[in-house]
Design a protein around this ligand. Structure first.
Ligand code: ADP
Ligand code: MG
Length: 748
């Protein structure tokens, strides 16, 4: 606070036009730093958790037993709900929503452009010029036909054929979104084209979940015939940055691209790692408590909050849930966070790499399979060596990741995530699996390459009186792995923080399901081939075979090191660094076979989706290119020239009053250096614009994406280098944007 007051006192705010906005920004920042922002709700979370959700509690009040059961069956077994019951559900849902103050309803869906979509319709219908009623039919609940011609469809739906359908997903409960005092009933839906192709993230995810549920149940029956279903569990950790909105509005790059396109490193970044798990700043804590409250009311089971490694970076995590619900909740959470941040004068940056040289953000997907008898099949227990069910799911997952590493890489490929993978403290673009020392030994023993299993870690004696012994996990932590086993679940850590994780989860569930189906076939074939073979023996032999090949994907060392890049190459593991190259895996023969065979995507859908992702990639880079151009021409070059002019005027005046030329060395050097940098900046900017124009002429989206990636993007880095050099050279007062120093401390 004192620092900002000092700035106001000492800065000549009105010396240039941008100083007016500078002043306004600082003023706003000080208002927001008012310590009176505190948490409003002091109730226990359990008192209001889920109050804005049409879940079992609300259903009991507003629906008949038959309707409640129909929804539960639809959730568990995927049974459709009859038109008659849908009408009853709609009527109950409407009463509940109206009692809660809703005026509108919307089908809430996740189109392929990344965020969620909604089109609000009023319950109200006029019946005369001065009379109206609130209505909501079963049909309006089950299906809508939004005019969706401008959602991405990859050519599946031409703009003249604007019809797309949203269809109710009863497995994810309806909820009330409260924003700016307006309350809207939101009904989670899938989004498909007139001809039935999926145009969203949810539809294929639901198919992949159904596939893996069946495949795992079939495999579980080898171990326990009582298992009749499995649930896919997912816990999504969400990382994010916070900046003050006053700073945000002074950075065109943050506003329009979500990341800084220029900006030199601050003197103190994350070198000391003093932010990680540090005490949460008051202003941030107030924001967290507020968005948690709104999320809890929506039934999002948030439980964890902490500072992350980078300054101004934070994380939250819910308790795991059924995967489809977890994905919906993560999309909803991001929306809630953005909306609550507004009230606190903050902006949430979900971008994977908002700041150069500083850690990026991810969305760690913790994933497992749990039987309806309550067993987590990825829980190794006290004796993993002899836990054949655990080894079955463990090894099959490892094999699936090994066989489809490129597809997993493709599932998380975006322009934004390219900046993070392989950069500061982020998993590399090489897909490998970390299992930890103990389990690596277990696998070696199981395969027969080692004779004795290494005992689990057991208890650690810390030898301090009064402190009980602690129980150690069977896996250490390895923050550098893109896909890590963490105790009783796999954690897909390479997923980008701004991405809809349905894309990654559709691929992961499909590849593991496909592998489990293959496993069952192999075991059954082995049992059939030789009469009298014990099931356990057959399973062991099949798994040993799988392990032989796929163990190449296991890696326990430092994934951030150069040595790993070399080693991975010698093991034949791919290191696909860019999105346009990574996405090719979606349309390879093996992926197409996999998806089509399992009914997840048709050929047409795959092609359309890949096309959309190429287009998204290009659009992102196009926006960034234009922004860079604008920032350079309209802000950076003028600022540099202004400062240079002041120096030149100063030199001239000093010469006039008789100063010797030799005493003006510093000014003259800076003047020349500014000229040289401005020239380089200008040339690089021209070159970038020319490359963009060339790329834009390429018809084929894939080739155009490659041109943007390989010809245009490298020039962004050159421009940034010259701009950052200028930033560190010219007068602080002249620099047209808040610097990293300000951005990274603004949320405090
Ligand atoms: P860390 O940061 O140490 O990895 P967090 O507590 O931030 O751990 O997040 C771990 C996440 O994993 C939580 O969402 C948690 O609910 C989830 N999780 C725990 N067990 C399982 C499981 N069996 N299946 C899926 N997710 C799980
Ligand atoms: Mg975590």
């Amino acid at each position: 606070m004192v620092y900002y007051l000092w700035k106001i006192k000492h800065r000549r705010f009105f010396s240039s036009p941008s100083c007016v906005t500078n002043f306004a920004a600082l003023y706003l920042l000080i208002i927001h730093k008012n310590p009176s922002i505190t948490v409003s709700n002091k109730n226990l979370i359990s008192h209001y958790f889920g109050e804005n959700v049409f879940g079992p509690e609300a259903q009991k009040k507003y629906l008949s037993k038959t309707a409640v059961k129909a929804i539960a069956d639809a959730q568990r077994e995927g049974h459709p709900i009859s038109a008659e019951l849908a009408s009853e559900v709609a009527s109950g849902m409407k009463d509940w929503a109206l009692n809660k103050g809703c005026t509108h309803y919307t089908h809430w869906f996740q189109p392929l452009r990344g965020t969620t979509a909604e089109k609000h319709d009023s319950f109200f219908e006029p019946v005369a010029t001065d009379k109206g009623v609130e209505k909501f039919s079963g049909k309006a609940l089950v299906q809508q036909e939004p005019d969706a011609s401008s959602f991405p469809s990859g050519g599946i739906r031409n703009t003249f054929e604007a019809r797309g359908y949203t269809a109710w997903d009863p497995s994810s409960p309806a909820f009330i979104m409260e924003k700016a005092g307006a309350k809207t009933l939101c009904i989670p839906t899938i989004f498909v084209s007139y001809t039935g192709e999926a145009l969203d993230y949810k539809a294929p995810l639901l198919k992949a979940i159904a596939l893996i549920r069946k495949a795992s149940t079939d495999v579980c029956k080898y171990f326990d015939p009582k298992v009749s279903d499995c649930t896919i569990s997912l816990g999504v950790e969400q990382e994010y940055f916070l900046v003050d909105e006053a700073h945000f509005h002074q950075r065109p790059d943050l506003m329009l691209a979500g990341r800084t396109l220029v900006g030199s490193s601050p003197a103190k970044g994350q070198q000391l790692e003093d932010h990680y798990f540090g005490s949460i700043p008051n202003r941030v804590l107030a924001f967290m408590a507020d968005f948690e409250e709104a999320s809890h009311k929506l039934g999002i089971p948030l439980r964890t909050r902490h500072n992350e490694v980078a300054p101004a970076q934070f994380e939250c995590a819910p308790q795991f849930e059924e995967a489809n619900l977890a994905v919906d909740h993560n999309s909803l959470l991001m929306d809630v966070m953005e909306s609550v941040a507004d009230k606190h004068g903050l902006k949430v940056l979900f971008h994977e790499k908002p700041f150069k040289g500083i850690n990026g953000s991810g969305k760690h997907n913790n994933w497992s399979i749990i039987t309806n008898t309550g067993v987590n099949v990825l829980s190794p227990g006290a004796d993993p060596q002899n836990n054949l069910q655990f080894l079955t799911f463990f090894i099959n997952t490892i094999k699936a990741v090994y066989d489809h590493a490129d597809l997993l890489r493709a599932s998380i490929a975006t322009a934004a995530n390219d900046h993070r993978l392989g950069a500061n403290e982020a998993p590399p673009a090489i897909v490998s699996v970390f299992v930890g020392d103990t389990l690596e030994h277990v696998l070696e023993t199981f395969e027969g390459t080692k004779t004795t299993a290494k005992a689990g870690k057991g208890n650690a004696s810390i030898k301090i009186a009064n402190i009980p012994e602690i129980l150690l996990d069977n896996t250490d932590r390895n923050r550098t792995s893109p896909f890590a086993f963490t105790g009783n679940k796999f954690e897909f850590r390479a997923v980008g923080s701004s991405d809809n994780c349905a894309s990654a989860m559709t691929v992961l569930n499909t590849i593991v399901a496909d592998q489990l189906i293959k496993f069952k076939k192999d075991v059954d074939a082995a049992l059939k081939a030789k009469k009298g073979t014990k099931t356990e023996a057959a399973i062991t032999t099949v798994l040993q075979g799988y392990l032989k090949d796929s163990k190449k994907v296991l890696f326990g060392g430092n994934g951030y090191s150069e040595a790993w890049v070399k080693e991975a190459k010698s093991r034949g593991l791919n290191n696909i660094k860019t999105t346009p190259r990574a996405l090719e895996a979606y349309i390879s023969k093996s992926s197409t076979d996999l998806f089509v065979k399992n009914g997840i995507f048709s050929h047409k859908e795959l092609e359309a989706r890949t096309e959309i992702r190429f287009e998204n990639y290009i659009l992102r880079l196009q926006i960034e290119g234009r922004l860079i151009n604008e920032m350079v021409q309209n802000h950076i070059v003028p600022a540099a020239i202004n400062y240079q002019k002041r120096l030149a005027d100063n030199v001239q005046t000093l010469l006039q009053i008789g100063q010797k030329k030799e005493t003006l060395k510093a000014q003259n050097e800076i003047i020349s250096e500014i000229s040289s940098l401005v020239n380089k900046l200008h040339e690089a900017n021209k070159a970038m614009t020319a490359e963009r124009a060339k790329a834009n002429k390429i018809e084929d989206a894939h080739k155009r994406a490659i041109a943007y990636c390989e010809k245009v993007k490298p020039l962004f880095d050159d421009i940034r280098e010259y701009s950052d050099a200028l930033e560190s050279m010219i007068d602080d007062n002249e620099w047209p944007f808040p610097k990293y120093r300000d951005l990274l401390s603004g949320c405090r």
